[in-house]
Design a protein. Structure first.
Length: 233
């Protein structure tokens, strides 16, 4: 894989309310929309071949001095971040992305309890992720994500936070493929780039974009993540 365009995508799961019924009418967050609908396009059109894609399932979490991570939306968010970190570590890029997309899609639909079905789409992966989560390795591999996040310059303001060659796209993430093509310095532009409209016209500011800001506080729960009980590991 060529790494002419280095894309770093910081994301996490947005869980707004722990008392919400499984079928809630909360708006689908940008984070989930981006992962579920936008990012898959580069796997379909071949742009993935010119991208060094780095997914960072960490969101707006905080790392305490003693090494514990506190997630913005509580233990469930940490649970999903951790199993996604496990997927990134132990599955191929394509398979781990498929898994992450599957999980985020259930979350976007308010069906977190169904997301464990994503584990069993590929034989063998369920047990790998179960082991990674249960033996604590998953929590350890979240730590470098804390560092990657803290090292961002300029610092991230919200998630999803997409950078291409370290330049944040801010609210213009819908144009992310254009930024990738623009950053690509190889000789022959991929076909997908030739097919995109040329020139980057920054998208209109989107006051309604449901980004989740760093300083936002959310109701959290201190209980064990419900994800564990939902997931039929
Ligand atoms: C770290 O500190 C937090 C808050 O004081 C505490 O809840 C947590 O259990 C501690 N973690 C470890 C691994 O000691
Ligand atoms: C998830 O929750 C919904 C609503 O409570 C329920 O109908 C459904 O059977 C649950 N699914 C699983 C896999 O537990
Ligand atoms: C994170 O960064 C700190 C200091 O910046 C360093 O001491 C630590 O080893 C790093 N941890 C990881 C897991 O990269
Ligand atoms: C969070 O930061 C934004 C931008 O800096 C600011 O407009 C907003 O008032 C802050 N919100 C809180 C709850 O501090």
């Amino acid at each position: 894989m060529a790494s002419s365009s280095f894309a770093l995508i910081l994301f996490s799961l947005l869980i707004f309310s722990f008392s919400a019924p499984a079928i809630s009418k909360r708006p689908s967050a940008s984070d989930e929309k981006f992962i579920v609908h936008e990012l898959p396009k580069i796997f379909d059109n071949g742009l993935i071949d010119i991208v060094d894609l780095n997914l960072v399932p960490y969101g707006n979490a905080n790392l305490l001095k003693n090494g514990s991570i506190i997630c913005q939306h509580g233990p469930d968010e940490c649970f999903f971040n951790t199993v996604e970190a496990c997927a990134i570590t132990f599955m191929s890029q394509e398979k781990s992305f498929e898994f992450i997309r599957c999980v985020q899609n259930f979350i976007a639909e308010g069906k977190m309890n169904e997301s464990s079905s994503c584990l069993y789409k590929t034989p063998g992966h369920g047990s790998v992720i179960k082991k990674c989560y249960e033996n604590g390795f998953g929590q350890k591999i979240e730590l470098p994500y804390a560092n990657v996040t803290a090292a961002l310059n300029p610092p991230h303001e919200y998630v999803p936070w997409v950078t291409v060659n370290k330049v944040p796209l801010h609210m213009d993430i819908e144009n992310f493929m254009k930024y990738i093509c623009k950053a690509y310095k190889g000789t022959s532009k991929p076909k997908a780039c030739q097919e995109l409209p040329t020139g980057i016209i920054p998208a209109e500011p989107k006051p309604n974009m449901k980004a989740c800001r760093v300083n936002e506080t959310s109701p959290t729960t201190k209980t064990r993540p419900r994800g564990i009980t939902w997931w039929k590991f």
